[in-house]
Design a protein around this ligand. Structure first.
Ligand code: SF4
Length: 466
């Protein structure tokens, strides 16, 4: 799937509906409170007995931020009281102890991600303590194969911190930028001068990070096509290995911080579409390849190579090159996955602390996938990562399956998308076209059994495609 996406405004407008991002299937809103600590412990221990146990992946959520960005929809706590970080790290230590006891020590951690919130709300010493803590419980990989990434706020990063993170073992970093236009930055309460951001990115490379990513957002208040084009020019000149361009979803009823944004300052739907079109055009012109959803990467990047070699994965961190791993989520709201089950920690600090202080894993809900979920997750992963599903390949992996008979309804739904030129339906395969690439989740949704349920049984609200 090496073709650049074709930006087709009419098609994008027609299919600008709400839909899951498929970082898991089923998606997190389907997790159930009936799944708790005992179930997770059972599944974790069982995973050690696989003939070849999967490597481990760890996600650590650091929820604190010192300043509220008005567009924020993350699970975060805004505070300048640094003692809160110490209290949190103490709980993380206990959680690491409990989780580490469940997994055989010889299972290597090949993927580690620190997200937030703002991971660099923690200072260099606290980040080192956290790394030592993880190392005391788990077998962290030290070779080139490791993918240890951290999200950083450039406003709070300096040379010393970057060098410390590399010394700890991190080799990937992503920086939140959103938009360099000062007018937009003021409207979103995130003042981040371009000179400072560029200097921090250069310092990250000099410190030894082997991959740098930048996150942008389109659809923010006061954003204009000209202003965003200038941001894209600045960003592509920096040549980050990866660029993510997310769509801003204005949901002030759900995310309190967004109530600070005056809806009248938001771009119109036509402008928002033009902002996306500008990003697609400029990134392609600058030599970036489209991976899928919001992600672009330089041709030599591992994500591009993984897509070419058909080994790309999609997980809770987005796209990844790591083959099937078991994921341990640490910290408030973090999600884990072992084999066929998911578990999510309590989403608020009080419940998280109460569970850990009582010596319990802070799991609030979870889900055990059925064989039908596994099959559909496989099909959706193929579409989201590789833009095609070859029926015979899926049949080979799922014994006794007759793809066409099993997915009659999904194929009927796809027939309409085929008429609009979003997918091509062949006798033994479905392929997303260049025109449909920016709408890949629409094709994936055709295979989502949960979306096909009656309206009153729908449990989730999802973001719109554009
Ligand atoms: S966008 Fe990021 S840095 Fe800003 S408040 Fe939200 S979590 Fe914190």
């Amino acid at each position: 799937m090496a073709t650049d996406p074709i930006f087709d405004p009419a098609l994008l407008s027609k299919y600008d509906v709400s839909g899951p991002r498929y970082t898991s299937y089923p998606t997190a809103p389907h997790f159930q409170a009936g799944f708790g600590e005992d179930a997770w412990r059972r599944h974790a221990r069982t995973s050690n007995d696989d003939p070849i146990p999967r490597p481990l992946s760890i996600y650590v959520h650091i929820p604190f931020c010192s300043n509220p960005c008005f567009y924020c929809g993350c699970n975060r706590v805004v505070t300048r009281d640094r003692s809160k970080a110490e209290a949190y790290l103490q709980r993380l230590a206990r959680e690491v102890e409990m989780q580490a006891a469940l997994f055989d020590r010889d299972r290597r951690v090949t993927q580690l991600h620190l997200g937030g919130g703002t991971p660099n709300y923690l200072d260099a010493g606290q980040l080192r303590d956290l790394a030592n803590l993880l190392r005391s419980g788990f077998n962290l990989a030290t070779g080139e194969e490791r993918e240890f990434s951290v999200e950083l706020d450039p406003r709070h990063a300096d040379d010393a911190l970057l060098r410390e993170l590399v010394a700890i073992g991190f080799n990937r970093v992503s920086f939140g930028v959103q938009d360099f236009n000062p007018v937009v930055q003021e409207a979103i309460n995130r003042i981040q001068p371009v000179e400072r951001t560029v200097a921090v990115i250069e310092a990250a490379r000099a410190a030894g990070f082997r991959s740098v990513s930048i996150d942008l957002i389109y659809g923010l208040p006061k954003q204009t096509v000209e202003g965003f084009a200038a941001t894209l020019d600045t960003v592509t000149a920096i040549r980050p290995d990866r660029i993510a361009v997310y769509s801003y979803a204005h949901l002030p009823e759900t995310f309190k911080a967004q109530r600070q944004i005056d809806a009248a300052d938001l771009p119109t739907p036509a402008t928002k579409l033009a902002l996306l079109g500008t990003a697609v055009e400029k990134l392609a012109a600058a030599g970036y390849r489209y991976i899928g959803m919001d992600h672009f990467a330089l041709p030599g990047d591992e994500l591009v190579r993984a897509q070419e070699s058909h080994t790309l994965q999609r997980n809770f961190q987005g796209y990844s090159t790591q083959a099937d791993t078991d994921l341990i989520g640490l910290g408030v709201s973090a999600i884990g996955r072992v084999g066929d089950c998911y578990a999510q920690n309590a989403r608020d600090l009080l419940s998280y602390y109460a569970a850990v202080d009582a010596g319990r894993l802070p799991i609030a809900k979870g889900y055990v996938r059925t064989a039908e979920d596994d099959l559909r997750a496989d099909v959706i992963q193929e579409l989201m990562c590789h833009g095609e599903v070859v029926f015979a390949e899926i049949e080979r992996r799922h014994e006794g399956l007759d793809f066409r008979a099993h997915f009659t309804d999904a194929l009927q739904r796809l027939a309409e998308l085929a008429r609009d030129g979003l997918v091509e339906l062949e006798a033994g395969a479905v392929r997303i076209t260049a025109r449909g690439r920016l709408l890949m989740r629409i094709a994936a949704m055709a295979f989502d059994e949960y979306l096909a349920r009656p309206r009153e049984q729908q449990v989730a609200k999802f973001s719109r495609v554009i």
